[in-house]
Each structure stands twice: as structure tokens, then as C-alpha cells.
Write a protein that binds this ligand. Sequence first.
Ligand code: F6R
Length: 580
Amino acid sequence: MCGIVGYTGWRDAESVLVEGLKALEYRGYDSYGLAISDGAISVVKDAGRISDYRNNGNIPAGNVGIGHTRWATHGVPSAKNAHPHTDCTGNFAIVHNGIIENYARLRAELTSSGHVFASDTDSEVIAHLFEECYDGDMMHSLQEVVGRLEGSYAVLVISSEDNAIAAARNRSPLVIGVGDGEIICASDLVPIINYTREVIFLEDGDCAVFSENTLRIVNGGSDIARPPEFIAFDPESARKTGFDHYMIKEIFEEPEAFSRTLASVQDIDEIQKFIKRAESVMVVASGTSYHAGMIFRYLMEEFSGIPVRTEIASEYRYVRPSPDEVVLVISQSGETADALTALRRAKFYRCRTIALTNTLGSSITREADHVFYTMAGPEISVAATKSFIAQLAALMKIVSFCGGRGCSLLLTDVKQSIEAVLQLDVAEATAICARASTLISIGRGVFYPVALEAALKMKEISYIHAEGYAGGELKHGPIALLSEETPVIAFVPPGETRNLMLANLKEIASRRAPIVAFADPDDVDVAEIAEVVIPIRHRNVFADVAAYTVAAQMLSYEVAKRLGRDIDKPRNLAKSVTVE
Ligand code: F6R
């Protein structure tokens, strides 16, 4: 949700910022901008994407600058609302990620003392506050400014007088990369790793001021010594390398993401004790991560008998937590505001908390009692694919430990099943789905969340209206939507859900709705009734859940591609949703 980047050092700041913003674009991409300080501040910004950026002569050479790629909250995407924002004198420029909750009051106060605002954003107040508070000392001025802000922010500020960048963090991520005679600061690691692997994750309440080779961090009025940590990160994993889109590249990385995560989840004994001591587990997450949590629920209850509840993170604030529950928060980014708020609520009610995330050093990792990492590597496409499969790997491993040796054996088949799916041809199913304006997706039991995830992926990237339902719910309302124009995607694996799913298929076929079934190639009953079968060889429930999900991701991808959608950056979305 908005990407910010700052550079100070010996390189040309403009090119570092432009490259950095391209790497951060998955966080938001409706407008962009950058500002360079070379004794005066120069700003270029516009609606659109950083790939549209051309230096029109307004940006001078300089070694200190800040940049921003936006996901609009306050104010429509436009040049005037794009960051950086400047104060009335043009001596300060700021970029901000987050929401300033008291901006309306601050704006009214600043306006009545003569400040003139140029945008509709909440962020612009920070520039004018800097103008008010600046006393020649960047650190002191920054502390004064953030003392007046309420809400979440990762903010960078440059001034015409200082050869330095001021940075502050509260509930929005900010990482400082310390290079040789240069410092690059950004919302996440991806733009940093081309320059240095030595990084400092700023913490809430941190104010930092840095130039090419000085760095000072203050928190709560005291200087903090926070040495950089070394990050092992393969830059290749964040490149498209021959694929048409990041999404399909990332789908092809799923077998590895699965097995890497499986191998990495080690301190499982402790987690197992943790979970077994509790009366039940409450899983809290959003979107795709929530679907992973639902899958966990079905598998955990079946194999270990431990009760699991699930709650959408944004709804958890209305649920009364029980201290006897372990709360498992799943968030690939580790920055989702709804998930963080839920984690804090669980802690407030004295629940023990576990976080499962793909992002090293993310906010969630600082606050949970215990942290698990998925090993998906960087996921650039906005739609989650390999991060989901990596979540399944970690969650299935927990299930297997709590459920005993029988189910750990099931894990060995999963990678092979996913690999087989990657060879499938989904062209016929793609043709059926791509001409629809509404799609229904159904599954039962543990394949119900698979159906929900299939519908979510489809609507996110193809923009076709797709809804997921439990197979048994179809007759309670959604069946009214069925017609020849409404294809149904159905997950019909062998096993306990198969016969009732087949009954559903018959009801659907009687309404002439075309059926795209995911099923075992030997299931002749399904083949007879479905328009198209996407054949997935049955192995076991763990392998089938993973394989059916990956096949559905591929179908969504192919449909979106056929419709010419902007697959890696779908409209209105952002990868890391840091607002509630
Ligand atoms: C869908 C998708 C979103 C995220 C959701 C939670 O493809 O990516 O639904 O799953 O915004 O994000 P995290 O897992 O980062 O908390």
C-alpha cells in the first residue's frame, strides 16, 4: 500500500529512485513521483505508473532524493495528489505511506495559520508541519512533527538545506539499507538488495536521519544503536526471467516454495506443545491467507481433533477472544493492518499468538509470541499464488505434527502433485470461463476454501464476477443465478465429498450451466456430466488440496491473459494492505 524509497550517496539519485519505485510498484501503482535536493528541491509527479516516467528536464542531477508510488486513500489518483508533497516555501518534500488519522484537524489549524494546501491528501500536512517545526536540526524537527501525528506512517523528508533524509516509522514498514558511502531506505527489501544486504528494520516510534555515511536513530527521546543485519536474498527471484508475467513465473515456483517451506519449519515441537496446551486454535487472516486458514481448520480438526475456529481479520475486532485459545495470524506480507490489529487484540486478551508470514522483519514478526516463516521468496505479482502454497506447506506441517506419523507421510506427495499440474492444458476451460460475466465456484469440505480461493483469484485478475460457495449451499439461493451463461467451476476430488458434489453437478447440468470440473481423470461420472474436466490425479487430501488450488490459479491466469488484463497489477489492488 504505497511504496516509498529514499537515497543518499554517491550515485545519481534519480535513477536509483526510478528503479526502486519500479521494484516497489506492486505496493500501489496509481501515481508516482520523486523529489531531488541539490540545494533546492525539484519535484516531478504524475498520475499513472512509474514506467511512464520521463525526465522532462525538471529533475536535476543530485545525490539525495525521495520517491513514491501510490495506492490512493485520501484523494483520487492525480498529479496533484501524487507524492512527494511540498510545503508552502518549497523547501521541504515528503513521501508518506499510511494514514494520518488527525489530518483534518491539522489541516484546519495549518490553513488558519496561513498554509496553502495543494492536494486532497492526508499526507500533505506533514510537509506543512515540517515548515512550521523546522529549526535547522532535522532530527529535532522530525520529532516535533511526528509528535503531532496520529495514525500510521512511514515517512521520508528532504529539505533544501540539509544533505540528509529524515525518516520516521509508526505501523508502516521502513527498512534502511546501509551501503558503502550510501544509504537507501524503502518500504521493503526489494529495492535495497541491489545495493546492499546490510539492513536495519526501523521499529515503531523510530526517527532516523541519515546522509551518505552517517545514520542516527532516536526512539522515545534516546539514541538507539541498532546494528545492521545481513540479509540473504537472491535478486534473481525478484525478476521475471523469461515469463510473460510474474504471476505465472511464481506459479511455476510453487513446487520449490512448498518443499523449501516444509524443510524450513523446524521449531515445530514447541509450536505443537503450544497448540496442544490450548483448548483450541483461532486462525485470523485476510483474503487468500484466510482461505489458507480455512484449509488448516479442516485438516487440523480431521487429523488431530484439535478444534480450530477461523475469523476474517477485519471482523476479529467484533469477536471476544478467549485466553484459552492460541491465535494464529497468517499474513504473507506481515504488514496487513487488519491482521496486525487482530494480533494486538489477541494479545490484549492474553491469548498466546503465533504469526505465519513470508516477510522477514515485518511488523507482525515483532509482536507475535512465536513466528514461523514461509519460504516463498519475494512475490511480485499482486495476486498471491506461491505465498499461499508456502502457507499450506507450513500449516500442513503443523497438522502433520499434531496429527501423527500417518499424516506426515501424506506430505511427501504434495510437491509431485503440484509439478504434474503445471503441465496441464487448461485452454478449453479458459475459453468457457473467458466468455462469462459471472462464474460460480463450488467445493465441499476442505475443497470449499479451495473454491473460495479459486473465485477470489478469478475476480482479482480477470475482473469476471466470480463467487465461491459450499456445494451444499447452491440450492439455498445461488442456484437462481444458473443459466447457459453462468459457468460453474467445481472441485470434485475422490473422497468423502465426491458423491454429494456429483449430485450438485446434476442439479447444475439440469439448469444448462456449463461445468468446468477439477477431478480425477478416471472419474467417468464427472467426465460424463462436465463440459470440461481438468484432470488431476488423486494422491491424498494434502496433495489434492494443493494441486487443485494451483490448477485453479492457472485457470485464472489464462482467463485473465485471454482477456488482456493487467495480470501482475490488477486495477484497484495493492499487495500490502496497510490500512484498515
Ligand atoms: C489475493 C491477495 C489478498 C491477500 C490479503 C492478505 O491474491 O493477495 O487477498 O491475501 O490482502 O494479505 P496478507 O497475506 O499479506 O495479509
